[in-house]
Design a protein around this ligand. Structure first.
Ligand code: PEP
Ligand code: MN
Length: 267
């Protein structure tokens, strides 16, 4: 049932590799809000040696009254900014109807926590070879998560990356509870690289550094972090968004932790 083999899966995008043998940081705003916001933030992130840019265009907001993203306009901004800075674009797909359009704009699809159980979407993503980051459902077991990945793999797309983003528990202090034990569990049960999202798991910018370092120490293969040049001004997830100095500090601490696993930070 599980996909564990001896294969080292490498997801290769624009000449950059994301795999269990290295450590990849993906950073950027929760949501693309304007061209200047995205360009300024992406520029600063790339100056830190990070070339994987996240930015949502289609959002799955809990409230229908909240900003739902710029849609097509946001995709165009992601494409333009990533081609001018030679970065890799990562953005959430929320429905099958977005698939053919998004393929022309986005290098890596993100399936958010609310869609982990959207099996028709996962199957459709399996019929393409565009890499997919599959977030863990907020109330999903590790087994359900791996089986969700199998929906993608079954169609022939092995470019799958898993992302632990926190699960629902009784603790309200943090937005979710980061399940660090999912990292060694995934490594035991499957051969997909595993990322950690310290932003949605905590909901608090002041906790992102500690959880990023904890994830690296626990053997994660990378991070997905919400970052903006001006976190206070963003419309979406401001409370958990870190600034560039905070991202710099996190990245600077990683090499010592990665040494424990014989891994190197990659760009
Ligand atoms: C995101 O990373 O943009 C996101 C919406 O996160 P999640 O699905 O984990 O809530
Ligand atoms: Mn967000």
């Amino acid at each position: 049932m599980y996909s564990k083999t001896d294969v080292v899966r490498e997801v290769s995008v624009k000449g950059r590799l994301l795999s269990k043998n290295n450590f990849t940081v993906i950073a950027g705003p929760c949501t693309v809000e304007s061209k200047s916001q995205l360009m300024n933030t992406a520029q600063k992130i790339s100056e830190l040696g990070i070339f994987w840019l996240r930015g949502g265009a289609y959002k799955m907001r809990t409230s229908p009254d909240h900003f739902q993203g710029l849609g097509m306009e946001g995709l165009e901004m992601m494409k333009e900014v990533c081609s001018s800075l030679n970065m890799i674009s990562v953005s959430e797909i929320t429905s099958i109807s977005e698939l053919s359009l998004m393929k022309g704009y986005i290098d890596v699809f993100l399936v958010g926590t609310r869609n982990m159980h959207n099996y028709p979407l996962l199957s459709a993503l399996g019929e393409n070879d565009t890499p997919v980051i599959l977030k863990r459902g907020m109330a999903s077991t590790i087994k359900e998560w791996i089986l969700a990945a199998e929906y993608i793999a079954k169609g022939g797309n092995g470019n799958i990356i898993l992302c632990e983003r926190g699960i629902r528990t009784f603790e309200p202090y943090t937005r979710n509870t980061l399940d660090l034990s999912a990292i060694p569990a995934i490594k035991q049960e499957s051969d997909y690289p595993v990322l950690v999202d310290p932003s949605h798991s905590t909901g608090r910018s002041e906790m992102v550094k500690a959880m990023s370092w904890a994830a690296a120490a626990a053997g994660a293969d990378g991070l997905l972090i919400e970052c903006d040049t001006d976190p206070d001004s963003v419309k979406c997830d401001a409370r958990q968004t870190i600034n560039i100095d905070q991202l710099h500090e996190i990245v600077a601490g990683l090499p010592q932790l990665l040494k424990l696993w014989g891994k190197q930070a990659s760009s």
